[in-house]
Design a protein around this ligand. Sequence first.
Ligand code: PMP
Length: 354
Amino acid sequence: MRAWEENVRKVIPYVPGEQPKQKDIIKLNTNENPYPPAPGVQKALEQFSALSYDTLRKYPDPSADVLVESLATYYHLEKDQVFVGVGSDDVLAMAFLTFFNSSRPILFPDITYSFYDVWADLFHIPYERQPLDERFRIVKSDYYKKNGGVIFPNPNAPTGVLMELDEIEDIIKHNQDVIVIVDEAYIDFGGTSALPLIEKYDNLLIVQTFSKSRSMAGMRIGYAMGNKTLIKYLNDVKYSFNSYTMNQTVLAAGPAAIEDEAYFQGTRKKIIETRERVKKELRELGFAFEDSMSNFLFVTHEKYMARDIFEALKRSRIYVRYFNHPRIDNHLRISIGTDEEMDCLIKFLKEYLK
Ligand code: PMP
């Protein structure tokens, strides 16, 4: 090892799901939305290109005002209760950096979004994983001990299991001296947001994204909502890191996605309907899973090994996600695609499991 390597910040990075280059695949591995963004998004981008191309010379608005305002209006909040970033990954990373600075460990589930421990390691934040129960449920009393902060997704990922609001409120009530972050990346697929609780608890931060229910993973827009003091602290850290996080095309396209409520409700409903149908079909094929309220199912098979099914699906150009992690290494996470895509999946599985 070279001497200078001693001073390098060493991390084991997060491994994102594969983004294969081929076009003719069925991609059910990264929980993307199978439907395009709202038509207004395309219009906004065309308009930007036709009328505002020249403004690319200039820096974007560092406060991302139009986007913040459209979110604030949509959620009936003040502008200074909303923070935006480059996907919720950026927002969550900023939140870790801003709020998790205690010598006590932060708490999150043992089976959860695998970026949390990566950020904790990156920022040298101590952490303790709290085991989910045998049905992949968060055990709320595990979060009642002294800690440096709490974070969990609702619904949880990759399990899809939803926690009820009163249980979330119990966790917040027991943790009023630290920040509690609820990562609601998948909340629009059937859950109830904890957003109203930000009026009651000044230590609660809700994080959401345009990547799933708004079909805009490629645009990278995430946001946090909380009381004004929390948002100010987040902005202080953001402006100490990178002022210009949201580029001009994002600022043009983001509000257009928020404005088309009918499109949002329509695609959301389609995905939920497809999910419910696929749940039945997978059960008939011998798969078992906890109920999912997200745009993916986390399944295990009574006879066949998840890894073998994963490999076989991949050979047939159907990509799902397999995690070689303790407790979940016999599970597959299958994102909900279009009805046609899910029909292909089911057809393949019927043949394979014969
Ligand atoms: N939270 C959870 C639980 C996720 O699964 C994801 C998607 N990988 C994210 C946050 C980040 O999504 P994005 O950065 O695209 O908003």
